[in-house]
Design a binder for this molecule. Structure first.
Ligand code: 5RP
Length: 233
């Protein structure tokens, strides 16, 4: 049984090594990004990095980053030097699905402002087409969410009538994002054109953001049993 945690950490350390003193750094969310935040914090505490400012993509990452000694600031219009984050799916062109951890909106807002967006993952996240293994998270407004879901279910995708999927609801109540919204996890049929679907979704009333991160990543460090592979877009 491969130790996925060790692989995730290995990938995260490779990306964290790219951070230099004085950089403004986007801090991702999730179990892989956690290792990168911890490593950046370790380097700050050791005095190896000075003047580093972090911008966190979730309340959880904000809390962790402060705990490990990173100077966390809100997102402002200044560009970030680098952003480091995990992904749920990575296609061969480094297009991504993100948001199974629920932080897609803040992640996209942050990572789009980074000069370099570096993805870190274990090899199980590699796919030949987006939607192969993971659903596409779509953040939707709480107000009128049933109407928005109805509109989503009627959307024509890859020749099929209707986007199937479900409201994310791990318990008695729907999952609530850090922004107070809900998430609809959509199943993507084979033949889905991510660029066209992204355009359709972004034009739909009630949809706030999608988990498609298309053409954003500069490189990915993907860890497998025999080492870390560097993929470049
Ligand atoms: C959170 C995300 C995460 O980056 C993604 O879910 C990967 O998480 P993990 O590293 O725990 O597999 O997009 O919104």
């Amino acid at each position: 049984m491969p130790d996925l945690e060790a692989l995730k950490k290995e990938a995260a350390l490779r990306a964290a090594a790219l951070v230099q003193s004085g950089m403004r750094v986007g801090l991702g969310t999730g179990s892989t990004a956690k290792y990168a935040i911890e490593e950046i914090g370790r380097r700050v505490r050791a005095g190896e990095l000075t003047g580093v400012v972090g911008v966190a993509t979730s309340e959880a990452s904000d809390k962790l980053a402060r705990e490990v000694g990173i100077d966390v600031r809100p997102l402002d219009p200044q560009p970030l030097d680098i952003a480091i984050d995990g992904a749920d799916e990575i296609d061969p062109a480094l297009n991504l699905i993100k948001g199974l951890g629920g932080a897609l909106l803040r992640e996209k807002l942050t990572e789009v402002q980074a000069r370099r967006f570096i993805v870190i993952a274990d090899h199980t996240k590699l796919v030949t087409r987006l939607g192969e293994k993971a659903p596409l998270p779509i953040e939707i407004a709480r107000f009128g969410f049933l109407s928005t879901i109805e509109r989503l279910r009627k959307l024509k995708v890859a020749g099929e009538m209707g986007l199937s999927g479900r409201l994310r609801q791990p318990g008695a109540q729907p999952y609530l994002t850090d922004n107070g919204n809900y998430i609809f996890d959509a199943q993507l049929p084979e033949g889905t054109d991510p660029v066209a679907l992204e355009r359709q979704l972004k034009g739909m009333l009630g949809v706030i953001e999608t988990g498609f991160f298309l053409g954003m990543a500069e490189r990915a460090f993907v860890a497998a049993e025999d080492g870390v592979v560097e993929m470049v877009s």
